[in-house]
Design a protein around this ligand. Structure first.
Ligand code: SAH
Ligand code: MG
Length: 215
């Protein structure tokens, strides 16, 4: 299904001009496109990178590694003592991620944890300054309380795919197969917006990105 978040001409314009000029990331973009692996869109990844540069996190947590594309982008924003923990449920894709992370020379910065985030999030030690939530949209409400608990004050929770091809905002008919996810995402947005310890902004680029600051 087409993404209906913004005008198609704006979307393709941004997509084209924001593509990575970094050879490894460009290779990963091609790899993901060929296999329909939903890595973050270039325009959203640029936002992620900018925000991370701005807040200078020491510890980053990512939920949903896939091939490690956003993990590498985030890791490169870190100073010398920073680290990224990233969780991936699919062992096969995690193997690919591990190779790319090694090629990026970041195997000592990125810790790849294989498992279901619903469980892993409950066993992590320490707090994070930036959490990037990008896995299993239907489970965002379930992941939220753990992520909130793991986020330092002054930190950011950044959530991808928050508008789900525009369906979250759409009035009227939603195909059956997309209904549960759409309902859960709306529930999740309400949770973000009603939380008094968070300040949330929703940005309609890529597949929709929510940026939540923890007071
Ligand atoms: N953040 C990546 C893309 C992640 S795609 C990037 O932008 O480069 C979402 C990933 O989340 C998929 O690889 C999927 O296998 C993983 N995933 C889905 N459910 C999960 C769960 N419950 N726990 C951990 N990972 C999960
Ligand atoms: Mg995503």
């Amino acid at each position: 299904m087409e993404n209906e978040i913004t005008y198609p001409y704006i979307q393709s314009f941004l997509f084209e001009i924001m593509k990575s000029s970094d050879p490894l990331l460009a290779e990963m973009e091609k790899y993901a496109a060929k296999r329909y692996i939903p890595i973050i869109q270039p325009e959203s990844s640029r936002l992620l990178e900018t925000l991370s540069m701005l807040i200078k996190p020491r510890r980053i947590l990512e939920v949903g590694t896939a091939i490690g594309y956003s993990s590498i982008i985030l890791a490169r924003t870190l100073g010398s003592s920073g680290a990224v923990d990233t969780i991936e449920i699919d062992e096969d894709i995690a193997k690919i991620a591990r190779e790319y992370i090694k090629r990026a020379g970041l195997e000592n910065v990125i810790r790849l944890i294989i498992g279901d985030a619903a469980e892993v999030l409950q066993c992590l030690g320490g707090m994070y300054d930036l959490i990037f939530l990008d896995a299993a949209k239907g489970k965002y409400p379930e992941f939220f309380s753990f992520c909130f608990g793991l986020l330092n004050r002054g930190g950011l929770l950044i959530t991808d795919n928050i508008l789900y091809k525009g369906m979250v905002a759409k009035q009227g008919f939603i195909e059956h197969k997309h209904r549960t996810i759409t309902v859960r995402l709306k529930e999740f947005i309400n949770e973000l917006l009603s939380n008094k310890e968070l300040l949330t902004s929703i940005i309609p680029i890529g597949d929709g990105v929510a940026v939540s600051y923890k007071y």
